[in-house]
Design a protein around this ligand. Structure first.
Ligand SMILES: *Cc1c(COP(=O)(O)O)cnc(C)c1O
Length: 455
């Protein structure tokens, strides 16, 4: 065992100084976002009312493959980066697989997930442009925690709309946000028109990411010096998250390996894109044949069961129209515990890459994900976030295929976060009361049909 290295790190000097912008290398660029009223393509300037200017330009940059990470952001990355690349010897042994399984451990960030990788630059660019307040939505609370901390670091006020069901089910995430000084409101709330509309129709509405986004966007558009920030889906978020894959590439090199399969769980695509895009560039440019698999819940399966078309990012239709694999912006997902994966659409880059065959997707039922997560925790010691359990479940599926064929494939997955604040979910699984939900193609077709009348 002694000559088998378990964890691979980078020195501070080796941490990448640029993010990778896959848009520049994509043979087919993502289709442009459209103005919801005129249906005309939007330029970066058209997005200024909602987002910080620099982020608008990053969003639509299809020419520069590499974007410098500002020094102030690099200084903050050093608080927790590089994150370890870990060879999962324990899991390999338990599965009896010849596969080499590696995971990139993003759960070591101060807030417990990869979300901080984008919260820091977003807060930084807002501050630099004279913004004083930022607002956002959060589901399970991971993004809200990351943004609350990043806002504090760069001296901004943060207002977070948290989906009501999570606000009640995950009180500690709310406490974390408040500890960093953020103002947290359960959504739907009576503080916005979007929230009032939902509550007057349905006073017991438990909220959704779509509604919470509407509330935050409305606040940003009606408050001076206030910008909206988003933790997933958009191109600039995936750009910032490429720090994960760029580090992993250097760390895999230290391990003397290159991945045959890269896996990430999938909400809007930021951690999956983050670990995948740097490796995918070698498929696009150098003819490598790595497989990329996005692991999504069977209860919210936009990549495996959705349709590719323009749709809104939120419930009220305030956001630009985005070209995406979607279940329809009016889709109300079941209350699975992987709150971060309960979103109706996929990011624009990912949607184009899936359409063009550069990646695959797999859907997983909730009980399979918890079974996988618990095996992982027994073998590797870390209790994963319910979201990350989806990636682990697919990694295990692939490792078991290798066991059958005897192939020594190299599998890399992203551990997007830890689950220490999600133990209520584990309690449910352990007591046998956790349910599976599955969405049928029929349900999706019905939902999309309603949508076609709008667009
Ligand atoms: C938010 C979140 C996700 C899903 O978001 P992506 O943008 O798809 O990465 C996955 N895992 C964790 C731990 C999260 O907090």
């Amino acid at each position: 065992m002694s000559n088998k290295q378990k964890r691979f790190f980078l020195t501070e000097e080796e941490i990448p100084t640029q993010w990778y912008n896959i848009q520049a290398d994509m043979p087919n660029k993502p289709l442009p976002p459209l103005n919801p009223k005129t249906k005309q393509p939007m330029a970066a300037e058209d997005l200024y009312p909602i987002f910080a200017k620099e982020l608008c330009h990053q969003e639509l940059n299809t020419t520069d493959s590499w974007i410098d990470i500002p020094e102030e952001v690099r200084d903050m990355y050093k608080y927790y980066r590089s994150t370890p690349l870990v060879r999962a010897y324990g899991l390999e042994k338990a599965l009896g697989t010849p596969a080499h399984i590696y995971f990139k451990n993003e759960s070591v960030s101060p807030v417990g997930s990869h979300k901080l990788n984008s919260a820091l630059p977003q807060a930084y660019y807002c501050k630099k442009e004279g913004v004083t307040n930022v607002t956002t939505e959060t589901g399970a609370g991971q993004w809200g925690c990351a943004l609350s901390y990043a806002a504090k670091v760069f001296g901004l006020e943060a207002a977070v709309y948290q989906v009501k069901i999570s606000y009640e089910q995950k009180p500690y995430r709310r406490s974390i946000m408040q500890s960093y000084g953020a103002q947290v409101t359960a959504s739907p709330s009576m503080s916005t028109r979007a929230g009032k509309d939902v509550l007057t129709k349905d006073p017991n509405n438990q909220g959704s990411l779509g509604t919470a986004i509407s509330e935050a966007v409305e606040l940003a558009m009606t408050t001076p010096n206030c910008k909206y920030v988003l933790g997933s889906v958009l191109n600039h978020v995936a750009l910032h998250q490429t720090i994960i894959g760029l580090e992993a590439e250097k760390q895999m090199e230290k391990a003397g390996e290159y991945p045959d399969i890269v896996i990430g769980c999938f909400g809007g695509g930021s951690n999956f894109g983050g670990i995948s895009f740097p490796f995918m560039r070698h498929n696009i440019k150098d003819g490598k044949k790595t497989r990329f698999i996005a692991a999504e819940p069977a209860s919210c399966p936009k990549l495996t069961h959705g349709v590719f078309q323009y749709d809104f990012g939120d419930l009220s239709g305030l956001t630009p129209l985005l070209p995406m694999y979607t279940l329809g912006h009016n889709f109300m997902p079941a209350n699975i515990h992987a709150g971060g994966l309960r979103y109706h659409g996929a990011g624009m880059i990912i949607s184009q890459l899936l359409k063009d065959g550069y990646m695959e997707a797999a859907d997983v039922k909730q009980t399979e994900t918890f079974k996988a997560g618990l095996l992982f925790s027994k073998c590797e010691g870390i209790i994963p976030a319910p979201e990350s359990n989806h990636a682990i479940a697919v990694a295990i599926r692939e490792a078991l295929k290798c066991k059958e064929t005897g192939e020594e494939k190299v599998i890399l997955f992203n551990l997007s976060g830890h689950g220490l604040i999600d133990m209520a979910a584990y309690d449910q699984y352990l007591s046998g009361s956790l349910q599976d939900y599955e969405v049928t193609d029929e349900e999706v077709t019905k939902n999309i049909h309603e949508l076609e009348k709008i667009i």
